[in-house]
Design a protein around this ligand. Structure first.
Ligand SMILES: Cc1ncc(COP(=O)(O)O)c(C=O)c1O
Length: 305
């Protein structure tokens, strides 16, 4: 038995070491996997998975765009995610369901469309952008690598292949000494970070690029838009220029991994430390998990029915 946590693999929980895919897997050669990153939080009522429904819907939608037939229903995947968290014994966790084309021979167009493997991994995942990031913010840069151009590959699909773009953005940022990279779209307007969406605060309003701006339509982004409106903060989804980032009153990232992380400098230009609107959004977001924010939309899903 491996000391690693069990993995749900092709229909059942298995020992971590028994979850292997073939070296000829289509996903390995051609990037044909779709996946999700989901957090489960340790709340006063027990462990709750945050927006599991929305994540699984996006997973199935992503698979459909690449014509990957998922051999499990939404209900089966929903149950399997919760079962995997229960089996891990973790109170708070990061879940990684992945659907991938397996060994269907070489060739970009799969010879057999229905060779598909599904795994759900669970792990511990703390603050993604480093200790203190949530309080102090992080330094980011605009990278020379741009986000996928519209009508090349769908940026809104959470596919393994898209993360080649994220790797280039992330590597460039690290090489230049920044914590994270932000990419513009091929139109020169703000797109998103390597693994997160971007919001700016301007005169008390929240502005964020629209879904059409070559971004992944983040579930955290969507949650923040709802929470901001609940707080009476105006939100606008609109095209944003590079200089609007530099002159913003506040900037923050959203994503499952980064949660709500302030950005304190962009390209060495000071934005400031965590500002008042970012603080309110963080309080509302993390308040969902410690009971200070009511769960009005049923976003917190229990591990048992
Ligand atoms: C490229 C990219 N953008 C945005 C996000 C944020 O999405 P979500 O809030 O659904 O995690 C992620 C994380 O999954 C991502 O990888």
């Amino acid at each position: 038995m491996s000391s690693e946590l069990p993995v749900w693999f092709n229909g059942q929980l298995r020992d971590h070491d028994d979850c292997k895919v073939h070296v000829r897997s289509h996903a390995l050669h051609y990037g044909s996997s779709v996946f999700e990153g989901i957090r489960a939080y340790d709340t006063q009522e027990g462990t709750r998975v945050f927006r599991l429904k929305a994540h699984l819907e996006r997973l199935l939608w992503s698979a459909s765009i690449y014509r990957i037939p998922v051999p499990y229903t939404y209900d089966e995947l929903h149950a399997a995610c919760r079962e995997t968290v229960r089996a891990s014994g973790l109170k708070s966790a990061y879940l990684r369901p992945i659907v991938l084309r397996g060994d269907c021979g070489l060739g970009v167009i799969p010879k057999q469309m229905d060779v598909v493997e599904v795994a759900i991994m669970v792990t511990n995942w703390g603050t993604h952008l480093g200790e203190g990031a949530l309080e102090n913010g992080v330094d980011a840069c605009i990278t020379s690598w741009q986000r996928l151009a519209p009508n090349t590959m769908p940026a809104g699909v959470k596919a393994g292949g898209n993360y080649l773009s994220s790797q280039l953005i992330g590597f460039e940022a690290k090489d230049r000494g920044f914590t994270e990279g932000i990419a513009l779209g091929t139109d020169g307007l703000l797109s998103e970070g390597a693994g997160e969406n971007v919001f700016i605060v301007q005169e008390g309003r929240l502005l964020t690029p629209p879904i059409s701006a070559s971004i992944l339509g983040g579930i955290t982004r969507n949650s923040v838009i709802h929470l901001a409106k609940q707080l009476g903060i105006e939100v606008q989804e609109q095209a944003l220029s590079r200089e609007q980032l530099y002159s913003a009153d506040e900037v923050f990232f959203t994503g499952t991994a980064v949660e709500v992380t302030p950005v304190r400098r962009i390209d060495h230009i000071k934005i400031g430390s965590r500002g008042p609107i970012t603080t309110r959004i963080q309080e509302a977001f993390f308040g969902l998990f410690d009971g200070r924010t009511p769960d009005r939309h049923g976003w917190l899903e229990p591990l048992e029915d």
